[in-house]
Ligand binder design. Structure first.
Ligand code: MN
Length: 338
């Protein structure tokens, strides 16, 4: 039996950091990605889909969005198990409880577990937005394969903290976690699927979902996201504009459709021109961060210095660049104070 484990889709999320065009487009892409996930499950004999919290953003989700979600679920051949997280917590006002969902959808509210064939699926839903805590005490029946779904923070103090030691003591066959956006194994048989689609530069790396095969206990990460967030660093020191441009094109070529951040470091007197050239590009999204150091033109500085103090200082400091920098800065500061 094949089980697909996903989480943190944040459907409906508005992307505040980006401009409106990207935000609108990205929001639609995440819907498309989820729709593709349902199709993937249908064509790959996935019997179970686990959604470990933050499926949608309660803050932005409308009744139409629920209708769209319900339509997607209804074309799925899988049984779908859902827990609420901090972004889609389920209290008595949750719209999720007020819409008709197809019969293959199972949202955890009060139940301890759902049974499907030889499987027991346990899950805990957030019933509030903040400071959620829950008693964790499970009496497992080993005639069943047992699975646990939690939306929690492993190794942190807030957002439903869970320790690695606790996870390692559990006898579950698989623990499907949500909340952290990067996919990783955190304990024996306990995994974060990560967000299906990344939503910020903090979410760097590959994104997708896990497929777990219950019989042979084989587990595979399937890269699925439509776009990724990447950060690159280029040192511009002693390079001409063309060389820098080519280096950037080569470095980012396979990431053209992604959200990319390019940090320029080092020193280059043509930095303004370099920025202008790089900003004129055909990448989907390229944010350029200028972290280069200023080049002080000492000759110019000393020519404009009618008092002769700067030339005097430069002569005394010799060729120690760092010392010159501090010296000049101190002088300029004194000049500004007057
Ligand atoms: Mn969360």
């Amino acid at each position: 039996m094949k089980i697909l484990h996903t989480a943190d889709l944040h459907l409906g999320k508005s992307y505040k950091g980006e401009n409106f065009l990207y935000s609108k487009q990205r929001r639609e892409e995440v819907w498309q990605s989820f729709s593709d996930l349902i199709s993937y499950a249908n064509s790959n004999n996935i019997e179970i889909i686990l959604i470990s919290g933050d499926l949608y953003e309660r803050e932005y989700f409308t009744l139409n969005n629920f209708k769209r979600l319900s339509d997607l679920f209804s074309i799925s051949n899988s049984e779908i198990y859902i827990i609420g997280g901090n972004h889609d917590h389920v209290d008595e006002n949750s719209m999720f409880l007020k819409v008709d969902m197809p019969s293959n959808v199972h949202l955890f509210t009060e139940e301890e577990y759902f049974e499907y064939k030889n499987l027991r699926i346990y899950g805990i839903t957030w019933d509030r937005q903040y400071n959620f805590k829950s008693e964790l005490n499970f009496e497992l029946n080993d005639k069943f394969k047992n699975i646990l779904m939690l939306h929690c923070s492993v190794g942190f103090e807030s957002h439903f903290p869970i320790s690695e030691e606790w996870l390692n003591r559990q006898k579950f066959d698989y623990i499907a976690l949500g909340h952290f956006h990067g996919h990783k194994k955190v304990a024996d048989r306990a995994y974060y699927s990560g967000a299906l689609e990344p939503s910020r530069f903090k979410d760097e790396g590959r994104h997708g979902f896990y497929v777990y095969d219950l019989e042979n206990e084989n587990q595979e990460f399937v890269k699925f996201a439509k776009r990724e967030y990447n950060t690159f660093k280029v040192d511009v020191t002693d390079k001409n504009v063309d060389k820098i441009k080519n280096e950037v094109l080569e470095l980012l070529n396979e990431y053209r459709a992604d959200f990319n951040k390019l940090i320029l470091i080092g020193k280059n007197q043509d930095i303004e021109y370099i920025l202008e050239i790089l900003e004129n590009n055909d990448f989907y999204y390229l944010k350029i961060v200028n972290e280069t150091k200023d080049i002080i033109n000492y000759e110019e500085l000393s020519n404009s210095d009618t008092s002769g103090i700067i030339s005097e200082v430069l002569k005394k400091l010799g060729s120690d660049e760092q010392a010159i920098k501090y010296g000049i800065e101190a002088l300029l500061e004194t000049a500004n104070e007057n």
